[in-house]
Structure formats: C-alpha cells, structure tokens
Design a protein around this ligand. Structure first.
Ligand SMILES: [Zn+2]
Length: 370
C-alpha cells in the first residue's frame, strides 16, 4: 500500500510540474577555483533547484577541466556549454605578438590594448588564429560531457563604447576614433586593397568607407561560420554572447553582424545600465534581434544583475550596476513578451536572496509574445 501511495504521489508531482511551463533559464558562470566535486555538485543542484537549465561555464582552456565539470553539470540535469573567449587572448603562450590586432594609429593590442588590461584582441583575419581556434574548440567539442561551445569576445574592440561607460573611461565617443578602430595589420590592409581597390591607410576618415566596415563585419562572420562548421561536424552546438541589436548597437560598436551567423542560439548581452536604459529597452533589443533572425533561431536575453542593490546609487562604475530585484520581473517579462526564447543571468553569483525569490516566481509566469 505504501508503495502505491508513493507511486501516486510521484505521478501527481510529475504531472503538476509538467503543467507548469517554465521559462528556459541559462547562466554565465566561472570556476571551478578550488571547488571539489561535491562542492560543484551542491552548487549546480542549488542552481537547478532555483530554475537554471544550463550553464555557460568559463574555466580556462584545459579540456580535462571541462570534462570534469561537464560530467557533474550533466549529472545534475544541466546543459553544459563551455564559455571560452574567442578573440581576446591574454597570457596565452601559444599566441605570437604579430597575430594581435592593430589599431588605426599602428598600435598593437598585444602590448597596447584599448581601454582595459584584458583587451588583448587578436586579428580575426589570420590563418594561424583559425587553426588555433579549430584545435581548441574542436578538442573541447569532442568531450562527451560538453553540449556545445559558447563563443564570447567574438568581435572587434569597441570602436564606440556603450554610453554608460564613457564617464568611466573619460571619453566622449560621438564618432569613431582611430585609436579604438581595428584592424589595420598588414594582412587586413592588403586583403582589403585587393578586394576593393582602396588603400584604407591613405583614406582620411576610414569611418566613412562603407566597404571597409562591411569587410570587417565579414571577417567576424566568416570566422564564426567556419567555427560553426567545425563544431557541427562533431555533432555539437555552438552559440555566442553578442552585443544587443544587431543593427542598432552590435554592428555599429563592435562590428558584429550576427544575424548572418550560422550558429544555434544567440545570447545578446542586454545590459541596460551600460546603455543608460531601463527594462523596456531590454524588450526593444529582444524584438529587434528576433526580427533580424527571422524568428528562426532562439535568442536568450542576457540580463546583468546588480551585485549590491543597496549600494547601486553610490556606485560610480556601471560595471557594478545592473538590474535591481524590483526590476528583475520586468526585465524577464519584457524579454519574453518581445520574443526571447528564455533568459541568461550574468551572473547567478550576483543574485541576492530577494532576486532569487522574485526569479522563482517570475519564471513560471506566462509572458506570451505580444
Ligand atoms: Zn588584421
């Protein structure tokens, strides 16, 4: 009899949970640091219980580490994507100085990165970079415990910074400036000359040359589509963190024409505070992205969470801003009502208890596309 009751209870629980449609939720997460397997298991179980379905997990470049963590994530019922920067290569002994991107005043991102110390971008137009990334992502895609590859920094450095960051860097970026404009390495300059007949180094204002912009959108698109072939040939998925848009922002500021990318899912970083915008804007960005993709590929709305809601108003650095708990439901609603397939949190570590409380309710609500 007890057994029968147990079976009935389980059946009831399963049918209830099947009735409750949940918004698909992903999270960007880094690790593992010194965490043991049981620490990771506990962390992932907690995230799964809170409503996270899959991880974009950053743990360096060692396939063995991803194998270990992927196994635990998959056992916990989480999808597992490896989050490894594509075109920023910092402290990587496999890189040669001449592979790095060069700006419009001849400085290399190898030793003179723009804006930040981690902005060591390599040139996306070099066969050596193609070969390196094939090998890196290809070997990780072969790991059975990995669902797919998540690209990030798959772009040029910001030729225009998001408006919310101007003050932090002491810049007014009302136009493209040559020191933030890439790539003027010998190969890019000569390939563009061969293609268009234009010597871009002789042009007074390269920002006015539409073919030069398109040439660089295509460099990124060609690399992504090449990597997509590599990963798909191993029967794995490939997706990417992208800037919002594509047309209103991503193309203009980081030269991503991501609606032309042959990947399986898109994770626009709809980080509203970086653009001095609110939650309605998050929806606008989702609507634009879904329309650009012709609603054929899933778009997960990347949400930037405020790590310290009480201190936000006193915090000068926008990279420590983000959504407050009272904005979280509106951000999720706005994403879903504008066609997102789900959301992605940056990051679960930034979520407060209050955030989780609101999140756990919101992800079961019906925010049908309007
Ligand atoms: Zn180049």
């Amino acid at each position: 009899m007890n057994k029968l009751v147990t079976i009935l209870v389980i059946f009831f629980m399963v049918s209830c949970s099947a009735d409750r449609t949940k918004i698909p939720c992903y999270a960007w997460l880094g690790g593992p640091g010194n965490a043991t397997d049981s620490d990771l298991k506990a962390q992932f179980t907690d995230l799964k219980d809170k409503g996270i379905d899959g991880l974009m997990y950053s743990a360096g470049r060692d396939p063995e580490v991803y194998k270990r963590i992927g196994k635990i994530a998959r056992e916990t019922g989480l999808k597992f994507y490896t989050w490894i920067p594509t075109l920023t290569q910092n402290n990587n002994p496999d890189m040669k100085p001449e592979w790095y991107a060069v700006n419009g005043i001849g400085e290399s991102a190898f030793d003179k990165p723009a804006y930040a110390d981690h902005y060591h971008f390599v040139c996306p137009n070099r066969s050596e970079i193609y070969e390196y990334l094939d090998k890196l992502y290809g070997s990780i895609a072969e790991i059975p415990e990995v669902d797919g590859i998540h690209l990030d920094f798959i772009r040029f450095p910001d030729v225009i910074l998001a408006k919310g960051l101007w003050k932090k860097y002491g810049l007014v970026m009302d136009r493209e400036f040559p020191q933030f404009d890439y790539c003027y390495c010998d190969k890019c300059v000569s390939d563009f000359k061969a293609k268009s007949g234009i010597d871009i180094k002789a042009v007074k204002d390269p920002s006015q040359v539409e073919e030069w912009k398109q040439f660089r959108y295509d460099l990124i698109t060609n690399l992504v589509n090449h990597l997509a072939d590599v990963i798909h040939s191993k029967n794995k998925e490939i997706n990417a963190a992208v800037f919002p848009g594509p047309n209103s922002i991503a193309r203009k500021i980081v030269r991503q024409e991501w609606d032309k990318w042959n990947i399986d899912a898109f994770f626009p970083m709809n980080y509203n505070d970086f653009y001095l915008e609110g939650t309605k804007w998050i929806g606008d960005m989702c609507r634009e992205g879904v329309a650009a993709l012709d609603d054929k590929k899933p778009l997960y709305s990347g949400l930037f969470i405020c790590p310290d809601p009480a201190g936000k108003s006193a915090e000068a650095d926008p990279e420590n801003h983000g959504l407050l708990p009272e904005e979280l439901e509106a951000a999720i609603a706005s994403s879903m009502e504008n066609g997102a397939a789900g959301i992605c949190l940056f990051t679960p570590d930034r979520m407060t208890e209050k955030d989780w409380e609101i999140f756990r309710q919101a992800i079961y609500k019906d925010f049908t596309k309007k």
